[in-house]
Write a protein that binds this ligand. Structure first.
Ligand code: AMP
Length: 439
């Protein structure tokens, strides 16, 4: 179905045409009429399915001009990068409209953002912590909000944003339309919906755990950092189809070590983003990658999530993620919209269980590709493999401890080493011990 077949305004259709966007994606076909009808909507959709336009288009169609300073649309997102990205999508769509949009997020000067809020806006996009802080100054009035969007809700909750979301919702008027988008519907998401939403419509773009169809997935067995690096170097040198690549690693320290090696072998061709880098540095990296000045980016899970970059030919899982859902998010970086994508995973002995879990989750199996001849499989470990640096991952000791990954205002983070059992398992074990004692 085409956008011109639904009731969008001329300025919106013109803006879409300029971007060469004419046909709706499945989530857009399903969500737009429901959002236009005013129902609360829960969209199960991964990044790359067109979910942002699925909520922005109907919202913008109904947004009337006003001189009021107070926003009428609120979009909550988990990370700074996503805030910037959604704001830029709004800007592209409202080129022929007089919509005022502001993005607020942690890690940057709050005063500049406060001034912008004071000047007035129609749409405010933000990470929950910073948005709440600004609301508390009294500068941001949320009582005029008519539509609220929670984007990447599962990620927002796994970052520990539940209290901030609760406080923000307490400031909203009761009569409003709620829209929620999430790649996976976890128990936490369901609980949030039960608390804040009215009668909802659920829309599924792709069933939970199903990877985007057009992604070719391969895996190699490689048993330590150096072997994985030899393989990576070989692929980046020999495989000419790798034109634009995201390389995912498990933690900031590993990201730094890997980036240093890549920089030695491929100077100035690759970038790095993780939470210890300044906001300006991160935005510059994303921009340079977008503009093809960089061939690839080494990234940790959190900051890379939701970043929409066209034509990423490959996602390389240098390390597997700790949670199977993150695998889906990672591979969603490639094969965006209508294009094809490729994922290459490096699997160590420790990863086997997670790798099987991921395959079960996706309901497909990935055969190992033989290790390429001529690439050295070494037994030499790097110091970090011999003595893990717990400072990089306090969450190893206490998964509720923030290590500052992602937005500064996130209060918890997932464990980052896969051989440590997640806190849920510990709780389960405790419960079962308790139950046994009771019996
Ligand atoms: P999202 O899932 O919102 O992150 O969108 C992923 C990418 O798909 C963005 O670059 C959009 O501009 C693009 N996109 C969204 N809808 C369409 C569409 N109907 N046709 C082509 N590209 C689209």
């Amino acid at each position: 179905m085409k956008f011109e077949d639904i009731k969008l305004t001329k300025p919106l259709l013109n803006a879409l045409n300029e971007q060469g966007i004419t046909e709706m994606t499945p989530i857009q076909e399903k969500a737009i009429p429901k959002v236009l009808a005013g129902t609360d909507v829960i969209g199960i959709a991964q990044t790359g399915t067109g979910k942002t336009l699925a909520y922005l288009l109907p919202i913008l169609r109904d947004l009337k001009f006003t001189e009021s300073k107070h926003p009428r649309v609120l979009v909550l997102v988990p990370t700074r990068e996503l805030a910037v990205q959604v704001a830029s999508e709004v800007e592209k769509l409202t080129e022929y409209m007089s919509t005022r949009t502001i993005a607020v997020y942690g890690g940057t000067n709050i005063n500049t953002q406060k001034k912008a809020v004071y000047a007035g806006c129609d749409i405010i996009i933000g990470t929950p912590g910073r948005l709440y802080d600004i609301a508390m100054t009294g500068l941001l009035r949320l009582k005029d909000i008519k539509k609220v969007v929670i984007d990447e809700c599962d990620e927002m909750l796994s970052l520990g944003f539940r209290p901030q979301i609760q406080r923000i919702f307490d400031l909203l008027p009761t009569k409003r339309q709620n829209l929620l988008f999430s790649a996976t519907i976890t128990e936490d998401v369901d609980e949030l919906v039960a608390t804040f939403f009215r009668k909802t419509e659920r829309i599924i773009a792709a069933p939970t755990g199903t990877p985007l169809q057009k992604i070719n997935q391969v895996a190699y067995q490689a048993h330590n950092f150096n072997t994985k690096y030899n393989l990576l170097k070989h692929l980046l040198t020999e495989d000419k189809s790798i034109e634009k690549v995201f390389i995912f690693v498990q933690s900031r320290v590993y990201a730094d070590i890997l980036f240093k090696k890549i920089e030695e072998d491929f100077p100035e061709q690759y970038g790095i983003i993780h939470s210890n880098k300044s906001q300006n540095f991160r935005l510059r990296m994303v921009r340079e990658f977008k503009e093809n000045q960089l061939k690839g980016i080494v990234a940790t899970d959190l900051v890379a999530r939701g970043i929409d970059i066209d034509n990423v030919s490959h996602v390389i899982n240098f390390d597997l993620p700790d949670q199977r859902e993150n695998y889906i998010h990672r591979i969603g970086r490639t094969g965006r919209a209508q294009s094809e994508g490729n994922t290459i995973s490096f699997i160590m002995e420790d990863d086997q269980k997670m790798f099987e879990e991921i395959q079960d989750f996706m309901k497909l199996s990935i055969e190992y590709t033989p290790f390429p001849e001529g690439v050295e499989a070494t037994t030499k470990l790097i110091p970090l493999e011999e003595a893990p640096d717990l400072n990089d991952a306090p969450s190893l000791l206490n998964p509720k401890h923030s290590v500052g990954e992602g937005s500064k205002d996130a209060v918890s983070q997932k464990p980052v080493k896969r051989n440590i059992r997640p806190i849920e398992k510990k709780i389960e074990r405790k419960k079962s011990r308790k139950n046994k004692r009771k019996k």
